[in-house]
Design a protein around this ligand. Structure first.
Ligand code: ATP
Ligand code: MG
Length: 205
């Protein structure tokens, strides 16, 4: 049975925090492949000010290009309606009905799970993996994650990965303020950002 990971995110831009956790999960859970799925129109974040999906998709491609087990999926950005994670998980479930699916999130995202559409439905066909994210260390984290798993009858693993205190918000602000972004994200992505003059205006989120 194949084992596939799904790594959802805005990837605005993608950075080493995303890549490190995906690679750690790939190895820890012995996955065959991880699909990076840039969000289309997200229900939880305002899409206003978000970089257009084409650039986010391209940056995700450049960032993952050299990894033989990383792939990029345009399912969400190809839609012009709000993208819910349940739809994406069902899409992969239908595409690979005989495989086991894992959805990868950071600490901040996993605690939001109860607010996502059809939490129980997602956990019925997909196992979640929560990876520790610096700056989001929460008291009784394990307990909270276990509670969510019990309440929604699913399986959620919690793992440690090398901790990188990197966020897309910080990278966007650094660019707008003319501060360095080198070594926070792959050089190809940095070049793509420069060439396309992305994030030059200040972000306030
Ligand atoms: P933004 O600041 O725009 O919210 P972000 O850095 O949080 O961007 P997202 O695209 O929102 O990146 O995150 C996608 C997924 O990756 C989420 O599950 C998030 O928790 C996780 N993630 C992002 N950065 C890290 C990091 N440095 N360490 C661990 N997990 C991370
Ligand atoms: Mg985020």
């Amino acid at each position: 049975m194949k084992r596939y990971g799904i790594m959802g995110g805005t990837f605005d831009p993608i950075h080493y925090g995303h890549l490190v956790i995906a690679n750690e999960v790939l190895s820890d859970f012995n996955l065959d492949k991880i699909f990076f799925v840039p969000t289309g129109i997200p229900p939880h974040k305002t899409s206003e000010g978000m970089t257009n999906p084409y650039h986010r998709y391209m940056m995700t491609q450049f960032a993952t290009m050299t990894h033989p087990s990383f792939d990029v999926c345009d399912y969400e950005i190809a839609k012009d309606t709000v993208s819910y994670t349940i739809d994406t998980i069902e899409y992969f479930h239908n595409l690979y009905p005989d495989s086991k699916l894992y959805f990868i999130t950071g600490t901040d995202a996993v605690l939001e799970l109860p607010t996502w559409k059809d939490t129980e439905g997602m956990l019925a066909i997909c196992t979640f993996i929560a990876v520790n994210r610096p700056g989001y260390v929460k008291e009784n984290l394990e307990e909270k994650i276990n509670q969510i798993a019990i309440q929604y009858h699913g399986e959620i693993y919690s793992i440690d990965a090398p901790q990188l205190k990197i966020s897309s918000t910080d990278i966007r602000n650094r660019i707008a303020e003319n501060r360095p972004i080198k070594y926070l994200l792959p050089e190809t992505v940095e070049q793509y950002i420069l060439k396309n003059k992305l994030y030059i205006r200040r972000c306030h989120d």
